[in-house]
Design a protein around this ligand. Structure first.
Ligand code: CTP
Length: 398
């Protein structure tokens, strides 16, 4: 049966982009119902949304009574998912305080379906503590916020607060509705983020990994039905909506946790940027500065992935290769050297790829020599491509 998505549109200039969201969802075969605030109607007409969704659009709760007996309850019950796109500061504030005097407020309060919010506003407004507190409050009760993008805003300012890309919003909705369930019952271990190797109590060696790629993989796998264990180094990323998260700091801790979960896994994806060397000893007290130079002796950390490769058995093992030169050649060496099925090669020196960005550019190399290119796209898109490649591996009956 087609999934039903209720789309709430509020009064921001980004309202016109909601039309593309509605169109995208309808094209996926979803049943889409739109509700709009009066403010939204100043930016885009209900007729546009009516045409794109193929359904009447609800604006005034009371006039809706002619069509539905109790319209907000009808919407709330039908919904498999509710998304507010764009969500203005005013609507976010109203939702956070449970104000229900229009279709959007009342429907959101009445539904038990997942609620997604895609904020769009000026960055000063977005970063205002009141708006941030309201968003946090909504997240605490389980609503999901699709982080706005950084870029030029309608007012001419540059900052965060721009509605997330339509393609990203569509991915989130489709992912949530479990469009694909092709990893149902599979146990997947994902590692993400950097490790930290301490020199003394307050100083460490690390790298700029944000964990975004690993978290995108964990979310994508969970959305496709997998049982996910995410072992994460220190990051500021929000945990996936499903699955288990195990937090670690050092490579040694990551090794210990990975080994604990490894035996039960069908697939292991090692997206973590493990620090290769650690200080030979960790000073108990903060090292005070002297007059001269100091020497730091480093010893090698275990190569977790290589160790897993040596015990791989029937499991599918996916590694990452962060390179600044000879991308494919170096990645292939890692693939064979570590006994992997798949390696995702990133040229971390390229704009739009690598650490901390929301996008990536990659080559996915198979053991049998096949190479799948991923031109610039979101880390969520790359995550799904990697999962598709995992499934494509001969004997992927894991
Ligand atoms: N990896 C690991 N344990 C390490 C180092 C790396 O498990 N101690 C894993 C990473 O999670 C990644 C893959 O190995 O999936 C490749 O990591 P990368 O840093 O690109 O390569 P290295 O093997 O460390 O080689 P080099 O730093 O020399 O390029």
């Amino acid at each position: 049966m087609a999934k039903t998505v209720i789309v709430g549109i509020t009064g921001s200039i980004a309202a016109y982009k909601a039309a593309e969201v509605v169109r995208g969802l309808s094209k996926q075969g979803m049943e889409v119902h739109v509700m709009m605030t009066e403010g939204a109607c100043k930016f885009i007409t209900p007729l546009t949304l009516e045409t794109l969704s193929g359904n009447p659009v609800a604006v005034d709760m009371f006039s809706e009574y002619q069509r539905e007996k109790v319209p907000h309850i009808a919407y709330a019950k039908q919904a498999d998912l509710v998304i507010i796109v764009p969500a203005t500061a005013a609507t976010i504030g109203r939702l956070a305080t449970g104000i229900a005097d229009d279709m959007i407020g009342a429907t959101v309060l009445a539904t038990r379906a997942p609620v997604l919010l895609a904020p769009a506003m000026n960055s000063q407004m977005y970063n205002h503590p009141l708006v941030q507190n309201n968003l946090q409050r909504l997240e605490e009760i389980g609503y999901e916020v699709i982080t706005p993008a950084l870029g030029e805003l309608a007012c001419g300012d540059v900052g965060d607060g721009r509605l997330a890309d339509v393609s990203h919003i569509l991915e989130q909705v489709i992912g949530k509705l479990g469009g694909q369930n092709d990893f149902q019952g599979k146990n997947i271990l994902v590692t993400a983020g950097p490790t930290r190797e301490f020199i003394d109590p307050i100083r460490f060696i690390s790298n700029p990994s944000s964990g975004k790629m690993g978290y995108a993989l964990a979310q994508a796998a969970a959305d496709r039905g997998a049982n996910v264990v995410l072992i994460s180094g220190p990051t500021g990323e929000k945990p996936p909506t499903k699955g288990k998260v195990v937090r670690v700091t050092t490579a040694a801790e990551m090794l210990q946790e990975v080994m604990k979960y490894f035996p039960k896994m069908d697939i292991v994806i090692k997206a973590a940027a493990v620090v290769d060397y650690r200080p030979q000893s960790r000073a108990v007290q903060k090292i005070k500065k002297g007059d001269g130079q100091i020497q730091l002796s480093l010893e090698k950390n275990p190569d977790i992935l290589k160790l897993l490769g040596s015990r791989k058995g029937e499991k599918i093992l996916v590694g990452f290769a962060a390179e600044t030169q000879d991308l494919v050649k170096n990645a292939r060496e890692k693939l064979t050297g570590k006994n992997l099925d798949l390696i995702v090669a990133n040229d971390v020196g390229q704009a739009g790829a690598g650490f901390s960005t929301d996008t990536n550019i990659a080559h996915v190399l198979h053991r049998d020599g096949r190479v799948v290119e991923f031109p610039l796209g979101t880390k969520t898109q790359l995550a799904h491509l990697i999962l598709d490649e995992v499934l494509s591996i001969a004997g992927a009956e894991v």
